[in-house]
Design a protein around this ligand. Structure first.
Ligand SMILES: [Zn+2]
Length: 664
């Protein structure tokens, strides 16, 4: 492990007026946090004890400690709340301190109540007498310590450089246990949790962390046996795009209203470490042997779901839920409310693993922690059987208030967890709709003929942009497969791609009419068919939305090439509603007119208004309300239909009012 400390960079972290001890700690924290083999996603913490001046100019001893749940890689000075040290140290004399009392004591010791809540391990930092304390959940250290004889092995490997403290529940108890184990060494190791190192300076505590972790890495490399023994995978595994929707559907949580589900986004991983891990002959044993460090449990539950045979996926999911309920009943004292019993990590031998979360970020976090688990367990197994944190310890952390508070909530946006695909999504109505759906919590996939524009549109929304010609059924299937590999499936299709061709119907060239049918009818059919096949695999219903047009109901003169396929698409919408209502799939359309876009370009507006002897303004607002209709108005109508759970086979008109084109 490389020591990345650089005195010049460390010094440069301090800005004018800032406390030097804190600035150096911020620098060290970032160095530690950037190494995913040391900490991940809010794990680990650091602190420094220093003297600052209060508002009266009096010297005050404070503890700066990492804010709870903050990511060490991106820490700033303001992510370290300052706490009065003495009142925290006074807590040591107590025989017991409840979690609520601890939280209240931490709040009470804060110099600035608006700063972030301090780490749940703050009392460890306050009680230990060292100026600088660094704490990580190093993979190599956990690979050594997480086994039946882990404590002995760690003493043997690290010699007298460290003290070993027994595993203890975080909070007051952990702080007492660690202080009792302290004997003035470089650090303290807690098997099945992680490593603390100490120093007079941040540089020294950091160096000791790197030195000790390097010792662990070297020991594993030297003593390493064969690692995980691979099982023979007897079957040719199905593709990710086939498996993901099935798993996603099984993981969805039925809501209170029929047909309503809380859905998850899936993040797939299949690097070599992951494949070695999921293909192991003993996967059932080591994958169920407990989290590598307890705070992972709040993101990935105590156990993953293992799906060896897709045909048995429903049974193993049911068994997983029953097992989770039994785990809850075994450990709950009646004061906790059970969290949902669905897995956050799914292991598929022969294929890889999926992380699950309500947002792409949460899904990636679960997948990162699962990858970390794969690394630690693989390294641990090279020396014997891996044994993670015990079930009781995991329950205590999973249902511990201060840990739950770290999670926050993903919010209650109406489309949270749903994947929405927009064709023709890079501009005009498609882009406005993509923006509105993303704002409502959906993950959006933007398909457009222009791949660069699609990527640009999607990147601003945290989605996926792909080049796709919707008239090419194979290209559409490929794009939907890619969406499924990225997010796990599809819930909503906004089939929007279209273009206008004109011509007098008795004279128009056949090629023009056929070209328009390819895009304005077949483009919709290709996208809808690809979406429906994924929706059916998920088994959680779905929502198809078609952009038809006023032309579908009320033909415009010399506009047959555009209106005829659009009229067919209006019936396509009805046919999907009729044929796939029994699958829970709703199908609706928006009938919009005169929206300024690529389709109705400024040039076209000029020529069509001239043909009618109208000013451009009068042409664009020539409707009952006398107002120009905007792309956002259409997007709002699509969103409204997406959120109407029992509306299907409906057409919603967005045209400012046009009696001739009105439905009834
Ligand atoms: Zn920890």
């Amino acid at each position: 492990m490389k020591n990345l400390w650089n005195d010049k960079d460390a010094k440069a972290t301090k800005k004018t007026g800032q406390n030097e001890d804190l600035a150096l700690t911020v620098y060290a924290t970032r160095l530690l946090g950037r190494d995913s083999d040391l900490v991940l996603h809010g794990g680990g913490n650091t602190s420094v004890k220093t003297t600052i001046q209060d508002v009266h100019g009096r010297d005050t001893e404070v503890l700066y400690v990492k804010g709870s749940g903050r990511d060490m890689a991106t820490m700033e000075i303001e992510d370290f709340p300052a706490l009065h040290l003495q009142p925290l140290q006074d807590l040591y004399s107590l025989d017991r301190l409840s979690d609520a009392e601890m939280v209240s004591a931490l709040r009470g010791a804060m110099l600035d109540a608006l700063q972030p809540m301090p780490s749940v391990e703050t009392l460890v930092h306050a009680f230990l007498p060292y100026k600088n304390i660094h704490h990580t959940h190093s993979n190599a250290v956990l690979a050594l310590s997480n086994r039946a004889e882990g404590e002995d092995l760690c003493r043997e490997v690290f010699g007298d450089r460290i003290a070993v403290a027994p595993y203890s529940m975080s909070g007051f108890k952990l702080a007492i246990t660690v202080l009792e184990a302290d004997s003035g060494k470089d650090g303290i190791l807690i098997p099945r949790h992680g490593l603390f190192t100490f120093g007079d300076t941040a540089k020294q505590a950091y160096r000791r962390m790197i030195d000790l972790v390097t010792t662990a890495v070297n020991h594993l490399a030297e003593a390493g046996g064969q690692g995980i023994k691979a099982a023979a995978i007897p079957f040719e595994c199905a593709a990710v795009s086939d498996i993901a929707p099935v798993l996603r559907g099984l993981a969805a949580i039925p809501g209170k209203e029929e047909g309503n589900f809380e859905r998850f986004i899936l993040d797939f991983r299949d690097n070599k470490d992951v494949l070695d891990f999921v293909n192991g002959a003993d996967i059932e044993r080591y994958a169920n042997a407990g989290n590598v460090t307890p705070d992972h449990v709040i993101h990935i539950k105590p156990k993953p779901l293992i799906v060896g045979d897709l045909d048995a996926a429903t049974e193993v999911m049911d068994a997983y839920e029953a097992d989770y309920k039994a785990y809850f009943d075994r450990h709950s004292d009646g004061s906790q409310i059970m969290l949902d019993p669905k897995p956050r990590v799914i292991l598929v031998p022969g294929l890889g693993l999926f992380g699950l979360g309500r947002t792409p970020f949460e899904a990636a976090r679960a997948a990162d922690l699962a990858e970390c688990t794969a690394k630690v367990v693989t390294a641990a197994e090279s020396l014997g059987d891996f044994e993670g944190a015990s079930e009781a310890d995991l329950f205590n952390i999973e249902y511990w208030g201060p840990e739950q508070e770290k999670l926050g909530t993903a919010g209650d946006k109406p489309l949270l967890g749903q994947v929405a695909v927009m064709t023709g999504g890079a501009s005009g109505i498609g882009l406005a709709t993509a923006q509105m759906f993303a704002g409502a919590g959906a993950v959006v996939a933007v398909l457009d003929l222009d791949g660069d524009q699609a990527s640009e549109a999607a990147s601003g929304l945290g989605g996926l942009g792909l080049a796709c010609d919707v008239t090419d059924a194979d290209a559409v299937k490929t794009a939907f497969n890619e969406i499924t590999c990225n997010f796990g499936g599809v819930d909503i299709l906004v089939s929007n791609a279209g273009a206008a061709w004109q011509g007098r119907i008795g004279e128009v060239d056949e090629a023009v009419l056929r070209k328009s049918f390819e895009l304005n009818f077949w483009g919709h059919q290709n996208a809808a068919q690809a979406a429906v096949s994924i929706m059916k695999a998920q088994g959680t219903g779905g929502c198809l939305l078609f952009n038809t047009s006023k032309q579908a109901l009320n033909p415009g003169r010399d506009f047959g090439p555009y209106g005829l396929p659009k009229a067919a698409t209006l019936f396509l919408m009805k046919q999907y509603a009729l044929d796939h209502g029994r699958d829970g799939i709703r199908s609706n359309a928006v009938n919009a007119d005169r929206i300024r876009s690529g389709l109705l370009s400024d040039d076209m507006i000029a020529s069509r208004s001239k043909a009618r002897d109208l000013s451009e303004k009068d042409y664009m607002s020539g409707n009952l309300l006398g107002r120009e209709v905007m792309a956002d108005d259409v997007a709002r109508a699509f969103l409204h239909l997406a959120l109407s759970p029992v509306t299907t086979a409906a057409t919603l008109t967005v045209d400012g009012g046009n009696i001739e084109a009105s439905l009834r």
